[in-house]
Design a binder for this molecule. Structure first.
Ligand code: GRF
Length: 191
């Protein structure tokens, strides 16, 4: 699931291609027509679908459509790889312990939107990213993998976000492997 650029989505596809991750990306769902993630899916040859949140009467209705889309494939795991919508029990309960999220902070610090800006405003000298299982409370849930990055005094939201992004691309495939292993879907995680 992706809403924007889709660099994390691409990192997952590439991890499968180079066999760092023993899996396959079966379907991308985007909510913003023409977003970067959709374009990347077209280039990478990954099936994609548009479920535009603006076309649904409620968050629950969108999440029911998402769950149905993934159940129809079917898939073992669902990854919110830059999904900028709050999800509801409709999706979480359809994939118990199988719904993952990536967030650009060391959770539980700096939940919600603007996590990178929040870290800069707080003056922390370390930030990072967290891949975790999704629970009802936004940006909470058991941590699967985290990575820390230094924050430089001259950092802007753009420079810090870029440094965090590089780590997200590394830990998200690893988190998928960890989650799959815990569910007994595959062998131990590497790297
Ligand atoms: C990432 O920073 C992720 O942590 C956040 O949204 C961003 C998505 O980036 N949830 P991209 O679309 O994968 O490039």
């Amino acid at each position: 699931m992706a809403s924007g650029e889709g660099s994390n989505f691409q990192a997952l596809v590439e991890a499968c291609t180079n066999a760092t991750l023993h899996g396959r990306v079966e379907l991308l769902v985007v909510n913003n027509p023409g977003c970067g993630a959709q374009r990347r899916a077209e280039q990478l040859g990954v099936p994609w679908r548009l479920l535009d949140h603006r076309a649904f009467p409620s968050r629950e209705a969108l999440d029911r459509a998402l769950a149905e889309a993934f159940q129809a494939v079917p898939v073992d795991l669902v990854v919110m790889a830059g999904w900028m919508r709050i999800v509801t029990a409709e999706l979480i309960q359809a994939f118990p312990d199988r719904l993952l999220n990536i967030h650009p902070s060391l959770l539980p610090s700096f939940r919600g939107a603007r996590a990178v800006e929040q870290a800069l405003e707080a003056g922390v000298t370390l930030s990072g990213c967290t891949a975790h299982l999704v629970r009802l409370e936004v940006d909470s849930g058991p941590v699967l993998v985290q990575a820390a990055v230094p924050v430089a005094p001259e950092d802007t939201p753009a420079t810090l976000a870029a440094r965090i992004h590089r780590q997200e691309h590394r830990i998200l495939p690893l988190a998928v492997q960890v989650a799959a292993q815990r569910l007994g879907l595959c062998g131990p995680a590497q790297g």
